[in-house]
Unconditional design. Structure first.
Length: 159
């Protein structure tokens, strides 16, 4: 596989998306959206990862594919779970799928999987779990502080 295999797969996927969009085929009308681009980019990463044995590309591929499927599901299907725990679940799946090939990341994947399943179904828990819902609502409101903190840390981190 050539060095620019990932770029080639990305260009093919994005080109197919825009070609189908220009052709306006009725069967694909629900897929002319930005989540579809995430799905295609994620699939490109995964195809590249498995064909070139670059298994480190599995993680971003699963993340982008998973987020694309999730965002598409939210907009297209009424039964789709719209909960922030789904993002943690997608990250957990990315760790686990990559771990099957690289043998690294099983523990974070399993811990995140258990955490995500817990928070998704926390509403169905007994009343004494209400403190978790309060903490989660606080985190949902102030999550940008985590991004700011991470950015400041990365700026001042010693190499």
């Amino acid at each position: 596989m050539k060095k620019n295999g990932l770029v080639a797969y990305l260009l093919i996927g994005i080109g197919v998306f825009f070609l189908l969009r220009e052709l306006r085929l009725p069967i694909f009308t629900n897929f002319y959206s930005w989540p579809t681009l995430l799905i295609l980019v994620g699939a490109s990463f995964l195809i590249y990862a498995f064909t070139s044995k670059e298994h480190k590309q599995i993680f971003p591929g699963v993340l982008l594919l998973g987020f694309g499927i999730h965002f598409h599901g939210i907009t297209q299907y009424g039964f789709w779970v719209d909960h922030w725990g789904m993002y943690v679940l997608i990250i957990a799946l990315a760790f686990l799928i990559r771990a099957f090939k690289t043998k690294k990341g099983f523990l974070p994947g399993i811990l995140l999987l258990l955490f995500s399943l817990f928070v998704i179904f926390v509403d169905k828990q007994p009343g004494w779990f209400s403190w978790i819902a309060e903490v989660m609502s606080w985190l949902e409101r102030f999550w940008p502080i985590l991004l700011i903190g991470l950015g400041v840390y990365l700026l001042f981190k010693k190499k």
